[in-house]
Design a binder for this molecule. Structure first.
Ligand code: CA
Length: 496
């Protein structure tokens, strides 16, 4: 008789989880789960890296050799999006598996958001809470951005008496992450500051090193765990590395990454016709000024991610570790004269999403319409903890698609943009394999529509909503309204 393979075990686990049965740790043998059956998780996500900025995708002329190689070992989801493409709302969805109206993070965490209570609730059940409760050692390195600043504001360069971004996260708000080396929001890539696990609110560690490099150093230490300094060596681990670059300020990038672009001109690096170079608009000026810096930051992130991957290989952990590389949202950087994100355009919504589990997940590219809340159930089911996914979770597991190559394939992704303090207003939309629809409702009772055909018009230069009224209606009825009903979005009840 052929011994059961890992895949057989996962199949059995998925079936058992679905039926609510208690799982044996190892197929055919009762007892505690062995370490080999409890994969580690490394989740790396830089800030503001658009999905087009991956060398192997053949879109932006960006240099990403480590990610190109990693993609050849991974499932690369080429159509993954950030459903509400701005910092805190993405992070809320990613950690809770819930869309914005269900997770409470309806806009960025800062002084404005604090007035409306927008932050991650301490009693939210995050995937990290589940892993913690199931015997994992967890670590969080880098930007968190899920807690509102409160007075007196922490004394950092991006907090003033009038307006604040940065805040300490007390231990009871860390959602299971026992090793902590993080900050709220602090965009100083050359001189980052962190709160360590034990540090009180008044005490930060200041560092003179480019933050992705420093955070890769810390991740490497956590993985190696010499003398058990960083985590319980008996437990499987999960580590999140949340890098701030390629977020602005773009010019804060080591020279060695800039040099890799030689004397390439902005005109050579900007190959997107939705940047109006001839008209020299404000967007074109922004793109000219920073496209090389932006790409160089991505090359730096790529390089530092590669260092973490090398450590996994050196430690013999490739097969024991699920690795995810993604981003919280993209970056227009002058496309459509948009400064950055929080709009429906492809450069803002589409993000990298690569997942590797050597020996378990067959490398390939997949155009699945992956949504941010899907991350939670997918990871837990891959980690044989499908039975621990709270029933409230709104994302769908894509584990069977990853492991077996089949599973349900959604026909659209929800797009959300909520004005401050107006949860029933703003933009809602959908992105299908062909179209992007964005519908805006304003306080004055106005409704406006934007529709792009992303196949015929990949740079989204034309709004065809006016000439395709039937199609708009169809997308509303078959895609958008069902999403809004499912997520109990009050926008549906707003006149318009
Ligand atoms: Ca962000």
């Amino acid at each position: 008789m052929t011994p059961p393979t890992r895949r057989d075990f996962i199949k059995a686990s998925l079936a058992a989880a679905a039926s609510g049965a208690i799982l044996p740790g190892v197929a055919g043998c009762e007892g505690a789960a062995s370490k080999a059956d409890r994969p580690n998780l490394l989740f790396v996500f830089p800030d503001q890296m658009r999905g087009q900025a991956l060398g192997f995708m053949g879109e932006d002329p960006v240099i990403t050799p480590k990610l190109d190689h990693f993609a050849s070992e991974s499932v690369a989801f080429t159509q993954a999006v950030s459903n509400y493409p701005v910092c805190s709302p993405y992070r809320g969805m990613m950690l809770t598996g819930l869309y914005s109206h269900s997770n409470g993070v309806l806009a960025n965490c800062n002084t404005n958001g604090a007035e409306h209570g927008y932050e991650l609730p301490p009693d939210a059940r995050c995937w990290s809470d589940v892993l913690h409760d199931n015997g994992y050692a967890l670590g969080y390195i880098g930007k968190w951005h899920l807690d509102s600043p409160h007075k007196p504001y922490v004394d950092t360069a991006n907090n003033t008496e009038e307006f604040a971004w940065n805040e300490w996260t007390p231990p009871e708000r860390r959602h299971g992450f026992d090793f902590w080396y993080a900050y709220g929001t602090y965009d100083n890539h050359d001189h980052p500051e962190y709160w360590t696990t034990e540090a009180p609110r008044s005490e930060r560690t200041r560092v003179d090193q480019w933050s992705p490099e420093h955070e890769a150093d810390m991740a490497i230490r956590f993985i190696r765990n010499e003398d058990g300094e960083y985590r319980d060596p008996e437990k499987p681990w999960a580590l999140v590395v949340s890098m701030n670059p390629p977020h602005m300020p773009y010019q804060r990038v080591p020279e060695r990454y800039l040099e890799m672009y030689g004397d390439a001109t902005p005109e050579e690096l900007i190959n997107r016709p939705n940047v109006k170079l001839e008209e020299n608009t404000s967007g074109a000026q922004l793109a000219r000024r920073h496209i090389k810096n932006y790409f160089a930051q991505i090359t730096g992130v790529d390089d530092q991610f590669g260092r973490i991957l090398s450590t996994l290989r050196q430690e013999g952990l490739d097969e024991d570790t699920i690795v995810v590389f993604t981003s919280d949202h993209g970056n227009c950087l002058g496309c459509h004269d948009e400064v950055s994100k929080n709009v429906h355009y492809e450069e803002s919504m589409r993000v990298p999403f690569l997942i590797r589990w050597s020996g378990k997940i067959e490398p390939r590219r997949d155009d699945l319409l992956l949504s941010t809340p899907d991350i939670f159930p997918t990871l837990l089911e891959l980690m044989a903890l499908g039975g621990e996914i709270p029933k409230e979770v709104e994302g769908r597991s894509r584990a069977s698609l990853l492991l077996e190559g089949d599973g349900p394939r959604p026909t659209s992704q929800l797009y959300i943009k909520i004005p401050l303090g107006e949860p029933a207003l703003g933009h809602r939309g959908v992105r299908t394999h062909r179209y992007t629809l964005s519908v805006q409702k304003t306080a004055e009772g106005k409704v406006s529509y934007i529709l792009h055909d992303n196949v015929e018009d990949p740079f989204q230069l034309e709004n065809i909503a006016g000439e395709k009224e039937e199609l708009v209606k169809e997308l509303m009825e078959t895609e958008l309204i069902p999403w809004l009903e499912k997520t109990r979005d009050p926008w549906l009840g707003t006149p318009g």
